[in-house]
Design a protein around this ligand. Structure first.
Ligand SMILES: Nc1ncnc2c1ncn2[C@@H]1O[C@H](COP(=O)(O)OP(=O)(O)OP(=O)(O)O)[C@@H](O)[C@H]1O
Length: 367
């Protein structure tokens, strides 16, 4: 186990005379034994950060500390890290056993001990029956298991996993995800997983670092980032189906009530109590509500929206209702046994305590 501290980390690349600032002033601490996910869209700088921690990429500026030692200038083999990277190939001529044993042999570990350790790890990853096989005979999923086994056999202080489940199909991915979680509780290494799959990050990580365009947007527990996204990017990135996000304008109705009108539509509803003092008439706001936080109610009042069903989908355990609102579709999830047809009238109520409001000028949450 080891604590990982990243201080003001930057990485720039030159690509055809163009300067790419891939990682921008990253500050982050992973506590001893924590499972951290780096989550973000393709090209946001996740893998670059992981490679800098591993020592496979030079640091432009900043500091990386592992277990109390600044490792900026340390060779990868001296950093106490284990790597399981997407394209970190196994050695084709060696058996699975020899692949896993490779790093232990390099450290001159006695063969007896190697046998014991490889056996233990193989059991943990359910690959004992594969130990005599060559990589070419393995499926993508089996190769990824061997890759992880090879990374953890050294008992690294920090385990770095770059999209380790990317080659697996749906069901296998699900079960490997559960196994990774179990594995982490057994080996107790501080672990960092890179993924662009928000559900993977939510399921595995103690804390998630959400990155966009090289900038850390939010670092928090799955519940924190789900319930209190600090900006519109995080709000839209976390959650499946995604949060409904649309523009509303505030105004004061003849009744004196503060109302929101949804842009490009005639739909209006009363501004939730928590925001009444904060919103100003004629100003636009970005309004967010998760599909599970919209309820279908029996009648209309100033808090509800009366509209018509555009699309209804029955997905077995849950139903989804989509409603055209201006240019966008507002979606809601209901577990109830309901059925609607296109054009059916419907009254919706947004759960007041689950409403998110963002400043359109910078995307930041309005508290
Ligand atoms: N060796 C390199 N030379 C030049 N630019 C690079 C290099 N490696 C990465 N980049 C650029 O740095 C940025 C971040 O890349 P990085 O691979 O870290 O993103 P990522 O979030 O891991 O994306 P993905 O999920 O697609 O792997 C991208 O714009 C990428 O094109």
């Amino acid at each position: 186990m080891a604590e990982l501290v990243i201080r003001d980390l930057n990485k720039t690349y030159m690509k055809q005379k163009e300067r790419i600032h891939a990682v921008k002033s990253l500050n982050l601490t992973a506590r001893d034994g924590e499972f951290i996910a780096f989550l973000g869209p393709s090209g946001c700088g996740k893998s670059t950060t992981l490679r800098m921690i591993a020592g496979l990429e030079d640091i432009t500026s900043g500091e990386i500390e592992i277990g109390g030692t600044v490792v900026n200038r340390l060779h990868p083999s001296k950093r106490n890290v284990g790597l399981a990277f997407e394209n970190y190939a196994l050695y084709p001529p060696l058996t699975v056993y020899d692949n896993i044993a490779f790093n232990l042999r390099a450290k001159k570990t006695p063969e007896e001990e190697i046998k014991r350790e490889v056996g233990k790890i193989a059991e943990l990853l359910h690959i004992t029956s594969l130990l005599d096989m060559k990589p070419a005979a393995l499926s993508g999923g089996q190769k990824q298991r061997v890759n992880i086994a090879r990374a953890i056999v050294r008992k690294p202080g920090i385990l770095l996993l770059d999209e380790p489940l990317s080659h697996l199909d749906g069901k296998m991915r699900q079960s490997m995800r559960t196994e990774l979680k179990r594995l982490h509780t057994e080996i107790k290494s501080t672990s960092i997983i890179v993924t662009h799959d928000q559900s993977e990050a939510m399921a595995l990580a103690d804390r998630i670092a959400i990155i966009n365009e090289g900038v850390l947007q939010q670092f928090g527990t799955p519940l924190e980032v789900y319930n209190h996204p600090v900006n519109e990017f995080v709000a839209g990135f976390i959650g499946e189906p995604p949060m409904n996000l649309f523009t509303v304008h505030a105004f004061t109705a003849k009744t004196g009530k503060k109302m929101f009108r949804i842009e490009d539509s005639l739909l209006e509803f009363e501004v939730p109590a928590a925001y009444r003092e904060k919103v100003r008439d004629s100003q636009p706001y970005r309004f967010g509500i998760r599909p599970a936080d919209i309820h279908i109610v029996g009648g209309s009042d100033p808090h509800t929206i009366s509209t018509k069903v555009t699309i209804f989908e029955s997905l077995g355990e849950e139903c989804r209702v989509h409603i055209r609102v201006g240019e966008t579709l507002l979606s809601l999830v209901t577990g109830e046994d309901v059925h609607y047809r296109t054009g059916d009238p419907i009254h919706l109520l947004f759960r007041e305590d689950r409403i998110h409001l963002f400043d359109p000028s910078n995307g930041n949450r309005i508290q």
